[in-house]
Design a protein around this ligand. Structure first.
Ligand code: GLP
Length: 255
């Protein structure tokens, strides 16, 4: 696991966007795994800028999003379909038919989840998976105590997660109670992982994920078993890391 500590979130977003850009330049028909939440918004802004000003080409790119809430209107704010269109898909030349966000309103969710997994496989798997992290250490919507080999499925959200994401819905009673999420097993099959975490609310989750024991109570800790995972954190999110100086030194010497 490579840990990169940046001073500010804006620096982390630019660095993350450059990592994705470099992968896109190596493989034109790359398969991107995408994330939602507040954290990746500035990274998407940077990718959109790169498309507009530097001609970064998304025409052969395929994308798969991590998750989507159940029983929400995909055309409306609060859904991850809406989020992705707003922050990325409408700003770059990705083909609509090459973008995939789980259809969490499907009548037969089991079939839908299996089809999502099959589609990822048929495209050759995810080349680089972007991740945020919940305050409780979840990735996608894989909540604490989930199976560490889980696949795409319906998952019930914890109260913590529903409260953390309340902004999109205004009140708890309007917040969805479940979502469809790629599983931990699905995420771990991505060839490369890029996790971003900014701000002091992510301090504990980053500590447990990077330096804690691998445990389903902190789902992101499984990334310690991935052979190509990069974690970009700002100083606030990194503040509790025991080996903070070592990570800084290692990164600076490799620049
Ligand atoms: C949601 C998403 C996660 C995201 C998390 C953190 O739970 N399903 O993929 O990582 O929120 O969001 P934020 O970046 O807003 O803190």
């Amino acid at each position: 696991m490579q840990v990169i500590i940046v001073k500010k979130a804006s620096e982390g977003a630019i660095l993350g966007a450059n990592i994705i850009k470099n992968e896109m330049l190596k493989k034109k028909n790359i398969v991107l795994g995408l994330a939602t939440g507040r954290t990746p918004i500035s990274l998407y802004e940077e990718l959109a800028r790169m498309h507009k000003e530097e001609g970064l080409d998304f025409s052969d790119v395929t994308s798969f999003n991590l998750d989507e809430y159940c029983n929400v209107d995909f055309e409306k704010e609060g859904s991850y379909h809406f989020f992705m269109n707003k922050h990325l898909f409408s700003k770059v030349n990705i083909k609509k038919e090459n973008t995939n966000v789980p259809n969490a309103n499907a009548l037969d969710l089991e079939k839908e989840c299996k089809a999502y997994e099959d589609k990822i496989k048929s495209k050759g798997g995810i080349d680089i998976q972007l991740l945020g992290i919940g305050q409780d250490g979840h990735i996608g919507f894989n909540e604490p105590s989930c199976s560490l080999s889980s696949r795409t499925r319906k998952e019930f959200l914890t109260l913590d997660t529903r409260e953390a994401n309340i902004d999109d819905y205004g009140s708890l009673d309007k917040m969805p109670i479940s979502a469809v999420t790629m599983g931990i097993g699905t995420i771990m099959e991505a060839k490369k992982i890029l996790l971003l975490a900014f701000g002091k609310s992510k301090r504990r989750a980053i500590k447990e994920c990077v330096e804690g024991g691998v445990s389903s109570l902190w789902p992101a800790s499984i990334l310690q078993f991935h052979n190509d995972a990069t974690i970009i954190v700002d100083e606030e999110a990194a503040a509790d890391l025991y080996n903070i100086n070592y990570y800084k030194q290692k990164y600076e010497e490799n620049l």
